[in-house]
Design a protein around this ligand. Sequence first.
Ligand code: LLP
Length: 414
Amino acid sequence: MPFPPYSYRDRNLYVEDVDLESIARSAGTPVYVYSATAIRERFRLYNDAFGDVPHEVFYAVKANSNLSVLRLLAAEGAGFDIVSGGELYRVLRAGGDPAKVVFSGVGKTRDEVEYALTSGIHSFNCESEAELALIDSIAARLGVTARIAMRVNPHVDAQTHPYISTGLRDHKFGIDIAAVEDVYARAAGFTHLVAEGVSCHIGSQLLDTAPLKDALDAVLALTGRLRAKGVPIRHLDLGGGLGVPYKPDQREPDIAAHIRAVCARCAGHDLKLMMEPGRSIVGPAGALLTRVLYRKPAESKEFVVVDAAMNDLIRPALYQAFHEIVPLRAHMPGTFTADVVGPVCETGDFFARDREMANVLPGDFLALCTAGAYGFVLASNYNSRPRPAEVLVEGASWKFIRTRETLEDLVRGE
Ligand code: LLP
């Protein structure tokens, strides 16, 4: 079954007031579709739950960086969490406020730091002492002061897929919470840095919020120790990480309840609270539409070959991720069990294995659900496949927010 905001009306799959098959037919497939209303509502769930508590919600651009998505979030007052100069460029092109941008990531380059400082971003989430020295030297040359937070690694197990878990001792991310107080002490020696924050992100796709609360407790305790040593911590950046349902039996964490619990735990600490959600804002809003090309029986199983592939949506191949697959017209009787695969020349090019699914035929359309986050942004041109189009739905209308790549696009720059 599809997840909201996708639902069947008289066995035709809709998002908002648009029949998805009409998009598939006129935009062609594969095509990513996003619901503007869902993105807006999910951002508001975060933003409104803070109430009067000083806060900023920095949407994690990496999850879906289409300019139209950024533009609609900027209009809602979102800030942006970036991890590259390219993402900063997108935010600025989309009309995002640079004063509401935080720059995360373990490998910021000299050029990226300079671009961020001259753009006047809010702050850097720093991951090493060498990075502090770099930011300080560039800030000094530009005659500005950079606000920074150290990203701490609290040794909390996010209990998610190992590739998207970031808060354990042997992960490349952050600075060990046991060592970070000394780093703050040394940071005070840099004349063009103000260490005013603590940041933390332990992983992605967390369906249980308990690890996030453990991390928050560790970071709050650290804040107290830092303040006692005279480091004037003003903000906490709690990262992203709330999960979304991909499988029918998965329950989404209650975003508003989680935020209220965070606010309650931080009450009386005089801290501005920041978060960097990505997936939980855009994930459920999106789907990837694809067309069935062939049904191919084999010795022990049957394959459904579709026109989307791992280059369009790599999550199943990379993280063994599950995406619900549903027909756009649910008229066919019965189900069967199949592997859903794409045309790419890799055995790893599958969307589902041994999946019981609708009894589709060549020409039918399918939706890969919950594909709004880490979908198009991870798409590539592997096998010289042009990347798909992207469409934004609002109410009863839809528009292209990125056209399908052409063969000419494939060879640009070669
Ligand atoms: N902040 C930082 C520092 C991050 O590294 C991330 C995600 C976020 C915020 C946003 O996390 P979210 O709210 O989206 O969970 N490609 C993978 C997910 C990679 C997540 C990377 N970092 C996937 O498709 O599952």
